[in-house]
Design a protein around this ligand. Structure first.
Ligand code: PLP
Length: 379
Protein backbone atom coordinates (compact mmCIF):
# COMPACT_ATOMS: atom_id res chain seq x y z
CA UNK A 1 0.00 0.00 0.00
CA UNK A 2 1.56 3.25 -1.10
CA UNK A 3 1.73 5.91 1.58
CA UNK A 4 0.37 8.40 -0.92
CA UNK A 5 -2.86 6.52 -1.54
CA UNK A 6 -5.86 8.81 -1.89
CA UNK A 7 -7.72 9.65 1.30
CA UNK A 8 -11.38 10.26 0.57
CA UNK A 9 -13.71 12.58 2.43
CA UNK A 10 -16.24 9.92 3.40
CA UNK A 11 -15.90 6.62 1.56
CA UNK A 12 -18.26 3.61 1.90
CA UNK A 13 -17.47 1.32 4.84
CA UNK A 14 -18.81 -2.21 4.43
CA UNK A 15 -19.02 -4.67 7.32
CA UNK A 16 -19.36 -8.03 5.56
CA UNK A 17 -23.00 -8.41 6.61
CA UNK A 18 -24.08 -6.64 3.43
CA UNK A 19 -22.74 -9.47 1.24
CA UNK A 20 -24.77 -12.05 3.17
CA UNK A 21 -27.90 -10.00 2.60
CA UNK A 22 -27.12 -9.66 -1.11
CA UNK A 23 -26.51 -13.40 -1.37
CA UNK A 24 -29.86 -14.02 0.28
CA UNK A 25 -31.53 -11.78 -2.30
CA UNK A 26 -29.83 -13.69 -5.11
CA UNK A 27 -30.53 -17.13 -3.63
CA UNK A 28 -34.25 -16.37 -3.42
CA UNK A 29 -34.22 -14.49 -6.77
CA UNK A 30 -35.59 -11.40 -5.04
CA UNK A 31 -33.53 -9.19 -7.35
CA UNK A 32 -36.62 -7.22 -8.30
CA UNK A 33 -39.16 -5.87 -7.75
CA UNK A 34 -39.10 -4.84 -4.10
CA UNK A 35 -39.00 -7.93 -1.85
CA UNK A 36 -38.45 -8.90 1.80
CA UNK A 37 -35.26 -6.84 2.35
CA UNK A 38 -37.15 -3.69 1.39
CA UNK A 39 -39.91 -4.31 3.91
CA UNK A 40 -37.45 -5.29 6.63
CA UNK A 41 -35.21 -2.29 5.94
CA UNK A 42 -38.24 0.00 6.28
CA UNK A 43 -39.41 -1.63 9.51
CA UNK A 44 -35.92 -1.64 11.05
CA UNK A 45 -35.34 2.00 10.12
CA UNK A 46 -38.73 3.12 11.46
CA UNK A 47 -37.99 1.30 14.73
CA UNK A 48 -34.55 2.83 14.95
CA UNK A 49 -35.87 6.37 14.45
CA UNK A 50 -38.90 5.72 16.62
CA UNK A 51 -41.54 6.59 14.01
CA UNK A 52 -44.65 4.81 12.74
CA UNK A 53 -43.79 4.30 9.10
CA UNK A 54 -40.98 4.46 6.56
CA UNK A 55 -40.69 4.15 2.80
CA UNK A 56 -37.45 3.06 1.10
CA UNK A 57 -36.67 5.08 -2.02
CA UNK A 58 -34.05 5.45 -4.73
CA UNK A 59 -32.58 8.60 -3.15
CA UNK A 60 -32.97 11.18 -0.43
CA UNK A 61 -33.89 13.63 -3.18
CA UNK A 62 -36.82 11.40 -4.19
CA UNK A 63 -37.94 11.31 -0.54
CA UNK A 64 -37.83 15.12 -0.35
CA UNK A 65 -39.82 15.33 -3.57
CA UNK A 66 -42.53 13.02 -2.21
CA UNK A 67 -42.66 14.99 1.06
CA UNK A 68 -43.40 18.10 -1.01
CA UNK A 69 -45.99 16.18 -3.01
CA UNK A 70 -47.78 14.93 0.13
CA UNK A 71 -47.94 18.49 1.48
CA UNK A 72 -49.46 19.66 -1.81
CA UNK A 73 -46.68 22.13 -2.55
CA UNK A 74 -46.99 23.60 -6.02
CA UNK A 75 -46.55 26.67 -8.21
CA UNK A 76 -45.85 29.89 -6.27
CA UNK A 77 -46.34 28.32 -2.85
CA UNK A 78 -44.06 29.73 -0.19
CA UNK A 79 -41.51 27.39 1.37
CA UNK A 80 -39.01 28.35 4.07
CA UNK A 81 -35.70 26.54 4.00
CA UNK A 82 -32.44 26.51 5.85
CA UNK A 83 -29.98 28.41 3.62
CA UNK A 84 -26.78 26.63 4.64
CA UNK A 85 -27.29 23.27 2.95
CA UNK A 86 -26.73 21.15 -0.11
CA UNK A 87 -28.87 22.09 -3.12
CA UNK A 88 -30.77 18.77 -3.06
CA UNK A 89 -32.68 20.01 0.00
CA UNK A 90 -34.58 22.52 -2.12
CA UNK A 91 -34.22 21.24 -5.68
CA UNK A 92 -37.43 19.13 -5.70
CA UNK A 93 -39.56 22.06 -4.47
CA UNK A 94 -37.81 24.51 -6.78
CA UNK A 95 -38.81 22.24 -9.67
CA UNK A 96 -42.41 22.32 -8.46
CA UNK A 97 -42.35 26.09 -8.84
CA UNK A 98 -42.37 26.89 -5.12
CA UNK A 99 -41.00 30.25 -3.97
CA UNK A 100 -38.12 29.56 -1.60
CA UNK A 101 -37.38 31.92 1.28
CA UNK A 102 -34.05 31.22 2.96
CA UNK A 103 -33.40 31.25 6.68
CA UNK A 104 -29.93 31.75 8.14
CA UNK A 105 -28.10 29.56 10.66
CA UNK A 106 -27.41 30.32 14.30
CA UNK A 107 -23.78 30.28 15.49
CA UNK A 108 -24.51 27.74 18.29
CA UNK A 109 -25.41 24.80 16.05
CA UNK A 110 -24.82 26.12 12.49
CA UNK A 111 -28.43 25.07 11.81
CA UNK A 112 -31.62 27.08 11.31
CA UNK A 113 -31.75 30.16 13.50
CA UNK A 114 -35.01 30.20 15.49
CA UNK A 115 -34.88 33.99 15.70
CA UNK A 116 -34.48 34.37 11.92
CA UNK A 117 -37.34 31.91 11.41
CA UNK A 118 -39.46 33.93 13.83
CA UNK A 119 -38.78 37.13 11.89
CA UNK A 120 -39.66 35.44 8.59
CA UNK A 121 -42.90 33.96 9.93
CA UNK A 122 -43.97 37.29 11.42
CA UNK A 123 -43.28 39.14 8.16
CA UNK A 124 -45.24 36.57 6.23
CA UNK A 125 -48.19 36.73 8.62
CA UNK A 126 -48.26 40.52 8.34
CA UNK A 127 -48.56 40.08 4.57
CA UNK A 128 -51.42 37.63 5.12
CA UNK A 129 -49.45 34.59 3.99
CA UNK A 130 -48.16 31.38 5.56
CA UNK A 131 -45.53 29.08 4.11
CA UNK A 132 -46.66 25.62 3.04
CA UNK A 133 -43.65 24.06 4.75
CA UNK A 134 -40.48 24.81 6.66
CA UNK A 135 -37.55 22.62 5.62
CA UNK A 136 -35.00 22.20 8.37
CA UNK A 137 -31.61 20.58 7.79
CA UNK A 138 -29.44 18.70 10.31
CA UNK A 139 -26.13 19.88 8.91
CA UNK A 140 -23.03 17.69 8.94
CA UNK A 141 -24.79 15.26 11.27
CA UNK A 142 -25.98 17.72 13.91
CA UNK A 143 -29.60 18.23 14.90
CA UNK A 144 -31.30 21.61 14.69
CA UNK A 145 -32.50 23.15 17.94
CA UNK A 146 -35.86 21.42 17.53
CA UNK A 147 -37.87 22.78 20.48
CA UNK A 148 -37.97 26.48 19.54
CA UNK A 149 -38.27 25.71 15.81
CA UNK A 150 -41.14 23.24 16.21
CA UNK A 151 -42.89 25.57 18.64
CA UNK A 152 -42.80 28.41 16.10
CA UNK A 153 -44.00 26.15 13.28
CA UNK A 154 -46.79 24.90 15.54
CA UNK A 155 -47.90 28.41 16.38
CA UNK A 156 -48.27 29.25 12.68
CA UNK A 157 -49.54 25.76 11.87
CA UNK A 158 -46.81 25.08 9.30
CA UNK A 159 -45.67 21.49 8.66
CA UNK A 160 -41.97 20.70 8.98
CA UNK A 161 -39.90 18.67 6.54
CA UNK A 162 -36.79 17.43 8.32
CA UNK A 163 -33.84 16.86 5.99
CA UNK A 164 -31.89 14.34 8.09
CA UNK A 165 -29.88 13.14 5.07
CA UNK A 166 -26.62 13.77 6.94
CA UNK A 167 -27.73 13.02 10.50
CA UNK A 168 -28.67 9.33 10.71
CA UNK A 169 -27.75 8.20 14.22
CA UNK A 170 -27.57 11.72 15.67
CA UNK A 171 -29.82 12.75 18.56
CA UNK A 172 -31.61 15.79 19.91
CA UNK A 173 -32.16 15.62 23.68
CA UNK A 174 -31.75 11.86 23.47
CA UNK A 175 -34.22 11.36 20.62
CA UNK A 176 -33.12 10.19 17.17
CA UNK A 177 -33.14 12.72 14.34
CA UNK A 178 -35.37 11.73 11.46
CA UNK A 179 -38.32 11.66 13.88
CA UNK A 180 -39.07 15.39 14.24
CA UNK A 181 -40.65 16.39 10.94
CA UNK A 182 -44.17 15.81 9.73
CA UNK A 183 -41.97 14.13 7.13
CA UNK A 184 -38.32 13.28 7.64
CA UNK A 185 -35.71 12.11 5.16
CA UNK A 186 -32.57 9.97 5.31
CA UNK A 187 -30.06 9.49 2.49
CA UNK A 188 -27.89 6.46 1.75
CA UNK A 189 -25.84 8.17 -0.95
CA UNK A 190 -22.27 6.89 -1.36
CA UNK A 191 -20.63 9.39 0.99
CA UNK A 192 -23.16 9.41 3.84
CA UNK A 193 -22.55 7.73 7.21
CA UNK A 194 -24.01 4.50 5.83
CA UNK A 195 -24.75 3.77 2.20
CA UNK A 196 -26.73 1.49 -0.09
CA UNK A 197 -24.62 2.88 -2.97
CA UNK A 198 -27.61 5.16 -3.51
CA UNK A 199 -30.94 5.36 -1.74
CA UNK A 200 -33.17 7.23 0.66
CA UNK A 201 -35.95 6.90 3.20
CA UNK A 202 -39.10 8.90 3.87
CA UNK A 203 -40.35 8.69 7.47
CA UNK A 204 -43.48 9.86 9.26
CA UNK A 205 -45.83 9.11 12.11
CA UNK A 206 -48.63 9.52 9.59
CA UNK A 207 -48.82 5.95 8.26
CA UNK A 208 -51.61 6.89 5.86
CA UNK A 209 -49.44 9.55 4.22
CA UNK A 210 -46.60 7.04 3.86
CA UNK A 211 -49.04 4.61 2.22
CA UNK A 212 -49.96 7.39 -0.20
CA UNK A 213 -46.26 8.01 -0.89
CA UNK A 214 -45.80 4.28 -1.52
CA UNK A 215 -48.56 4.43 -4.13
CA UNK A 216 -47.05 7.53 -5.78
CA UNK A 217 -43.56 6.01 -5.78
CA UNK A 218 -44.71 2.94 -7.72
CA UNK A 219 -46.39 4.65 -10.68
CA UNK A 220 -49.73 5.35 -8.92
CA UNK A 221 -51.62 2.45 -10.36
CA UNK A 222 -55.28 2.19 -9.27
CA UNK A 223 -56.51 -1.17 -7.93
CA UNK A 224 -58.03 -2.42 -11.19
CA UNK A 225 -57.42 -5.49 -13.37
CA UNK A 226 -55.92 -3.26 -16.06
CA UNK A 227 -53.52 -0.32 -15.96
CA UNK A 228 -55.71 2.47 -14.69
CA UNK A 229 -54.60 5.83 -13.31
CA UNK A 230 -56.59 8.48 -11.48
CA UNK A 231 -53.31 10.30 -11.02
CA UNK A 232 -49.72 9.78 -12.19
CA UNK A 233 -46.74 8.91 -10.06
CA UNK A 234 -43.05 8.12 -10.22
CA UNK A 235 -40.74 5.14 -10.22
CA UNK A 236 -38.84 5.91 -7.03
CA UNK A 237 -38.53 2.66 -5.07
CA UNK A 238 -35.33 1.13 -3.72
CA UNK A 239 -34.45 -2.33 -5.05
CA UNK A 240 -34.39 -5.42 -2.84
CA UNK A 241 -30.65 -5.91 -3.46
CA UNK A 242 -29.81 -2.38 -2.28
CA UNK A 243 -32.16 -2.67 0.69
CA UNK A 244 -30.11 -5.74 1.67
CA UNK A 245 -26.97 -3.57 1.71
CA UNK A 246 -28.84 -1.06 3.86
CA UNK A 247 -29.87 -3.71 6.39
CA UNK A 248 -26.27 -4.92 6.67
CA UNK A 249 -25.12 -1.33 7.16
CA UNK A 250 -27.77 -0.48 9.75
CA UNK A 251 -26.59 -3.29 12.02
CA UNK A 252 -23.42 -1.25 12.55
CA UNK A 253 -24.80 2.28 12.75
CA UNK A 254 -23.85 2.78 16.41
CA UNK A 255 -20.23 1.71 15.72
CA UNK A 256 -20.11 4.01 12.70
CA UNK A 257 -21.23 6.98 14.78
CA UNK A 258 -18.68 6.13 17.48
CA UNK A 259 -15.90 5.83 14.87
CA UNK A 260 -16.73 9.22 13.28
CA UNK A 261 -16.78 10.81 16.71
CA UNK A 262 -13.36 9.29 17.45
CA UNK A 263 -11.99 10.76 14.21
CA UNK A 264 -13.41 14.13 15.21
CA UNK A 265 -11.96 13.94 18.73
CA UNK A 266 -8.48 13.27 17.41
CA UNK A 267 -8.66 16.23 15.01
CA UNK A 268 -9.70 18.39 17.94
CA UNK A 269 -6.82 17.12 20.10
CA UNK A 270 -4.20 17.69 17.44
CA UNK A 271 -5.48 20.70 15.53
CA UNK A 272 -7.58 22.44 18.15
CA UNK A 273 -4.39 23.79 19.75
CA UNK A 274 -3.65 25.90 16.67
CA UNK A 275 -4.60 29.53 17.19
CA UNK A 276 -7.42 30.42 14.79
CA UNK A 277 -8.78 26.88 14.30
CA UNK A 278 -12.27 26.26 15.64
CA UNK A 279 -14.48 23.22 15.23
CA UNK A 280 -18.21 23.01 14.57
CA UNK A 281 -19.71 23.36 18.06
CA UNK A 282 -21.99 20.78 19.67
CA UNK A 283 -24.62 22.34 21.95
CA UNK A 284 -25.43 20.43 25.11
CA UNK A 285 -28.78 19.26 23.68
CA UNK A 286 -27.06 17.70 20.66
CA UNK A 287 -25.35 14.35 20.09
CA UNK A 288 -23.94 14.77 16.59
CA UNK A 289 -22.93 11.77 14.46
CA UNK A 290 -19.96 13.94 13.28
CA UNK A 291 -20.61 12.78 9.72
CA UNK A 292 -17.91 15.22 8.64
CA UNK A 293 -15.39 17.03 10.80
CA UNK A 294 -15.83 20.70 9.97
CA UNK A 295 -13.68 23.57 11.19
CA UNK A 296 -13.18 27.25 10.55
CA UNK A 297 -9.96 29.17 9.92
CA UNK A 298 -9.72 32.67 11.34
CA UNK A 299 -7.04 35.17 12.37
CA UNK A 300 -4.16 34.84 13.03
CA UNK A 301 -4.29 32.15 10.29
CA UNK A 302 -3.89 33.91 6.97
CA UNK A 303 -4.26 30.87 4.68
CA UNK A 304 -7.64 30.75 2.91
CA UNK A 305 -9.83 27.64 3.02
CA UNK A 306 -9.29 27.17 -0.71
CA UNK A 307 -5.49 27.29 -0.40
CA UNK A 308 -5.62 24.72 2.43
CA UNK A 309 -7.87 22.46 0.33
CA UNK A 310 -5.48 22.83 -2.61
CA UNK A 311 -2.55 21.79 -0.46
CA UNK A 312 -4.46 18.73 0.81
CA UNK A 313 -5.41 17.87 -2.76
CA UNK A 314 -1.75 18.08 -3.89
CA UNK A 315 -1.06 15.37 -1.29
CA UNK A 316 -3.95 13.26 -2.57
CA UNK A 317 -6.26 14.13 0.32
CA UNK A 318 -9.86 15.02 -0.39
CA UNK A 319 -11.35 17.93 1.58
CA UNK A 320 -14.31 20.16 0.87
CA UNK A 321 -15.43 23.71 1.53
CA UNK A 322 -18.51 24.25 3.70
CA UNK A 323 -21.72 24.29 1.62
CA UNK A 324 -22.25 27.54 -0.24
CA UNK A 325 -25.52 28.88 1.22
CA UNK A 326 -28.55 28.86 -1.06
CA UNK A 327 -29.10 32.61 -0.76
CA UNK A 328 -25.66 33.13 -2.36
CA UNK A 329 -26.36 30.79 -5.28
CA UNK A 330 -26.89 32.39 -8.70
CA UNK A 331 -30.09 30.36 -9.18
CA UNK A 332 -31.61 32.02 -6.08
CA UNK A 333 -30.36 35.54 -6.81
CA UNK A 334 -33.78 37.05 -6.24
CA UNK A 335 -34.89 34.91 -3.27
CA UNK A 336 -35.72 36.48 0.09
CA UNK A 337 -33.30 35.85 2.93
CA UNK A 338 -33.50 36.29 6.69
CA UNK A 339 -30.11 36.63 8.42
CA UNK A 340 -29.61 35.51 12.01
CA UNK A 341 -29.49 39.16 13.08
CA UNK A 342 -29.28 42.50 11.34
CA UNK A 343 -25.84 42.64 9.73
CA UNK A 344 -24.94 39.11 10.88
CA UNK A 345 -24.97 36.60 8.03
CA UNK A 346 -23.85 33.41 9.80
CA UNK A 347 -24.10 31.14 6.73
CA UNK A 348 -22.00 33.42 4.54
CA UNK A 349 -19.37 33.64 7.27
CA UNK A 350 -19.19 29.84 7.70
CA UNK A 351 -18.94 29.42 3.94
CA UNK A 352 -16.03 31.85 3.80
CA UNK A 353 -14.10 30.35 6.72
CA UNK A 354 -15.13 26.69 6.91
CA UNK A 355 -13.81 23.44 5.49
CA UNK A 356 -14.43 19.68 5.90
CA UNK A 357 -11.69 17.13 6.56
CA UNK A 358 -11.69 13.43 5.64
CA UNK A 359 -13.93 11.76 8.22
CA UNK A 360 -14.59 8.19 7.10
CA UNK A 361 -15.33 5.62 9.81
CA UNK A 362 -12.77 3.27 8.21
CA UNK A 363 -9.90 5.78 8.15
CA UNK A 364 -6.80 4.37 9.84
CA UNK A 365 -4.81 6.32 12.42
CA UNK A 366 -1.88 6.49 9.99
CA UNK A 367 -4.02 8.06 7.35
CA UNK A 368 -5.46 10.53 9.75
CA UNK A 369 -1.90 11.42 10.74
CA UNK A 370 -1.22 12.22 7.07
CA UNK A 371 -4.23 14.57 7.02
CA UNK A 372 -3.16 16.24 10.26
CA UNK A 373 0.41 16.79 9.04
CA UNK A 374 -0.79 18.13 5.70
CA UNK A 375 -3.21 20.49 7.40
CA UNK A 376 -0.51 21.83 9.72
CA UNK A 377 1.78 22.50 6.74
CA UNK A 378 -1.01 24.33 4.93
CA UNK A 379 -1.87 26.72 7.75
C1 PLP B 1 -27.07 13.98 0.46
C2 PLP B 1 -28.07 15.03 0.78
C3 PLP B 1 -29.33 15.07 0.16
C4 PLP B 1 -29.70 14.22 -1.00
O1 PLP B 1 -29.69 12.87 -0.80
P1 PLP B 1 -29.46 11.90 -2.07
O2 PLP B 1 -29.70 10.55 -1.50
O3 PLP B 1 -28.06 12.11 -2.54
O4 PLP B 1 -30.48 12.27 -3.10
C5 PLP B 1 -30.23 16.01 0.59
N1 PLP B 1 -29.93 16.90 1.55
C6 PLP B 1 -28.73 16.90 2.17
C7 PLP B 1 -28.49 17.89 3.25
C8 PLP B 1 -27.76 15.99 1.78
O5 PLP B 1 -26.55 16.03 2.36
Amino acid sequence: MSSNERIYLSPPHMSGDEMKMIEEAFATNWIAPLGPHVEAFERETANFAGVEAALALASGTAALHLAGELLGIGQDDLVFCSSLTFAATVAPLYHKGATCVFIDSEPESWNMSPQALDAALRDCASEGKTPKAVIIVNLYGQSCDMDPILKLCDRYDVPVIEDAAESLGARYKGKQTGSFGKFSVFSYNGNKIITTSGGGMLLSNDAEAIARARFLSTQARDPAPWYQHSTLGWNYRLSNVLAGIGRGQMRHIDERVAARRRVFDRYVRELGVIDGVEFMPEPQWSASNRWLTVLTLRKPISASTISVLEHLSSLNIEGRPVWKPMHLQPVFERARYYPHAEGQDVGADLFQHGLCLPSGSSMTEERQTRVIEAFKEAV
